[in-house]
Design a protein around this ligand. Structure first.
Ligand SMILES: [Zn+2]
Length: 174
């Protein structure tokens, strides 16, 4: 394991991709490229390999990730999985890097207003299976937050049922 960072660091916003590189100093530093709409999220690879990743945010051009800024905490959905170089696989969730390793350690992530979030999630859950991304879309919330809230509602208080196998990521009222 190299010099992995646990948090990302906001290095600002630019209008052209070429202006991003000089702003990043260390692993986990990121720059948002915005021109009318969000174009890309540029981040110095958080595993310390020294490479810079450009994550597309513009659905008009290619497969695009979703970018969220809530209470000034940044999340990107879905996970980032490099298929070359260091092959890192990680999640950016409320400014924290969660590595997709053998085990999932999200202990550094803080979900603000979690009681309110669980109430909102329950208010849109039904007896039909819904994927957490659908629930997040309805609530305009970060999918990682909603998945976490759903899992808590299923595992701790049995208010929801969590799907398995093909229904992994799906939830319904119990
Ligand atoms: Zn890397």
């Amino acid at each position: 394991m190299k010099n992995r960072v646990k948090r990302i660091r906001d290095r600002g916003t630019v209008s052209h991709r070429r202006d991003a590189d000089t702003l990043m100093e260390q692993p986990g530093d990121f720059v948002l490229v915005t021109r009318g709409v969000h174009r890309s999220f540029v981040i110095r690879c958080p595993d310390g390999c020294g490479e810079t990743l450009t994550i597309n945010l513009d659905p008009r051009t290619d497969k695009a990730w979703r970018f969220y800024r809530k209470r000034n905490q940044i999340s990107v959905f879905p996970s980032v999985w490099r298929d070359n170089g260091c092959c890192s696989h990680f999640v950016i969730w409320n400014h924290v890097i969660v590595w997709c390793d053998k085990y999932w350690d999200d202990s550094g992530v803080v979900v603000e207003d979690d009681i309110e979030l669980r109430k909102k999630v329950l208010s849109v859950c039904t007896k039909e299976w819904q994927h957490y991304t659908e629930i997040a879309e309805k609530l305009d919330e970060v999918p990682w937050d909603v998945n976490w809230a759903c899992s808590q509602l299923a595992r701790r208080v049995n208010a929801l049922v969590e799907g398995r196998d093909k229904l992994q990521g799906f939830f319904k009222l119990s």
